[in-house]
Design a protein around this ligand. Structure first.
Ligand SMILES: [Zn+2]
Length: 453
């Protein structure tokens, strides 16, 4: 049982409880209510006192590449890219080429630890490594389950080289979806982006997503060139082409959607497709500002992702909050509540994870306890603003996933982080060498201290 906290439920009525308690049994939420009432009716084996803390659903990252953590601090000697296509060609794709299953494991382990320490309890990942496709998802799943986080994982099918490569990507997803004992990992379908896949592959991926009843995700109009590519080659804009190939449905999660016109927004809404918005990555890659407010106004379900960049979803929430305000010169939109919804209930709904994203009776007990250092918790009227403007990942004190305490008072319980630090450092240093960049000696790429990266 968690007691005496300010509980931000994100349930259907968006209830907020002062001095609230949550009872948990067999990994699920049994009851929520005033501490006095819940304590009277439930005898707990373990009680966490959350006085002075905010208790909220675990954050859900709707789009990531866990292996992106390998690029942090790398001193790649490349000609500086001048647009998004060059960022892919000069940075990401050479990295993809050299990744092995061991790297997949090490980078997922590092990014999962950092994510969970910052309050993320579930993420949706797409992985890319053209030279080591088979078995890669098993390596990623191993890391996910060792940390105890939830991961919706997939191999990003692409035909950058040939159509055979695309089929092998889809095959790896099918293999993993059909595999048993996945633990906290889940499978889905994934395609890279409209400019690296043929209509045949889009159709095949979409049919498989339907057949196995799993989500399908793809990068959509992240850069302006995506629209140009589709108009030139198919006579349609990106979303129109993907719709014609059968991809749009409530199973589809379209990552980015920075360059959309009115018709494309309507098409996404009409087909009940979902969008994963990645504000920090969009700023980093200078691709533009996604029409978030227009999408929300059309009733599109928009979740929040980090795109493999900053593994602290509080920072990503704050970026979404700020970017669109400055972008539209509107100091009121989006609201702080809308931003918290994106990172909890909307991200869960995007992937059909209906038992996640909120604190309600019968749902999975994926809960975080946030203890801000100095400032008292706010009144219920200002709590969303407080979460978005005032909190950061390092304020997260406890993380519970499926009723299991994964992080207690900022210590990761399942793993020896010193040992992992060495292993991850070795793997990432090896990666950098193979990329032709030497890892800096003075600055160690990853340092683990008391369970923190
Ligand atoms: Zn991405």
């Amino acid at each position: 049982m968690i007691k005496r906290g300010t509980v931000l439920t994100m349930d259907e009525n968006r209830r907020i409880l002062r001095n609230g308690a949550i009872s948990i049994e067999d990994g699920r939420i049994l009851n929520i209510g005033p501490t006095e009432t819940v304590s009277k009716n439930f005898r707990a084996d373990e009680v966490i006192d959350a006085k002075g803390s905010i208790v909220m659903p675990g954050l859900i990252c709707a789009h990531t590449h866990m292996y992106g953590i390998a690029l942090r601090g790398s001193s790649l000697r490349i000609e500086p890219p001048s647009d998004f296509s060059q960022i892919l060609q000069r940075m990401w794709w050479p990295l993809d080429e050299i990744l092995t299953n061991e790297d997949a494991y090490a980078t997922t382990l590092a990014a999962s630890i950092e994510s969970v320490m910052n309050g993320t309890t579930c993420f949706a990942d797409t992985y890319s490594a053209p030279n080591h496709i088979a078995g890669s998802l098993d390596s990623i799943s191993k890391a996910v389950n060792e940390v105890g986080i939830r991961g919706l994982i997939s191999f990003e099918a692409t035909e950058r080289r040939n159509s055979c490569e695309g089929k092998r990507g889809l095959q790896e997803n099918i293999r993993f979806i059909k595999s048993k004992n996945k633990g906290r990992a889940m499978g889905m379908m994934s395609l890279h982006a409209s400019f690296t896949v043929s209509n045949d592959l889009v159709e095949e991926g979409s049919e498989l997503s339907k057949k196995y009843d799993v989500p399908i995700t793809i990068h959509v109009s992240e850069g302006q060139s995506d629209s140009y590519h589709n108009i030139e080659r198919y006579g349609k804009r990106t979303v129109e082409r993907l719709h014609a190939a059968g991809l749009l449905s409530q199973r589809a999660v379209l990552a980015h959607c920075v360059h959309l016109n009115e018709q494309e927004i309507e098409l996404i809404h009409y087909t009940s497709s979902n969008v994963a918005h990645n504000p920090m990555s969009n700023m980093l890659n200078a691709v533009g500002i996604a029409p978030l407010i227009d999408m929300i106004d059309h009733g599109i379900n928009v979740g929040l992702g980090n795109d493999g960049y900053v593994f602290d979803m509080f920072e990503n929430m704050r970026s979404a909050f700020l970017l669109h305000r400055v972008g539209r010169r509107d100091p009121n939109r989006p609201s702080a509540q809308q931003v918290v919804e994106m990172c909890t209930v909307n991200s869960a709904r995007a992937y059909g994870l209906n038992s996640l994203g909120s604190i309600a009776s019968g749902k999975e007990a994926d809960i975080i306890i946030v203890r801000p250092s100095f400032v008292a918790t706010p009144s219920t009227g200002s709590i969303y603003g407080y979460v978005v403007n005032g909190l950061k990942g390092s304020d997260v004190s406890d993380v519970i996933i499926g009723g299991e305490v994964i992080v207690r008072e900022r210590r990761l319980l399942r793993l020896d982080t010193d040992k992992i630090g060495k292993q991850v450092r070795k793997s990432i240093s090896g990666l950098w060498r193979r990329l032709g960049s030497s890892p800096p000696e003075a600055l160690e790429p990853l340092r683990l201290e008391q369970g923190r990266l």
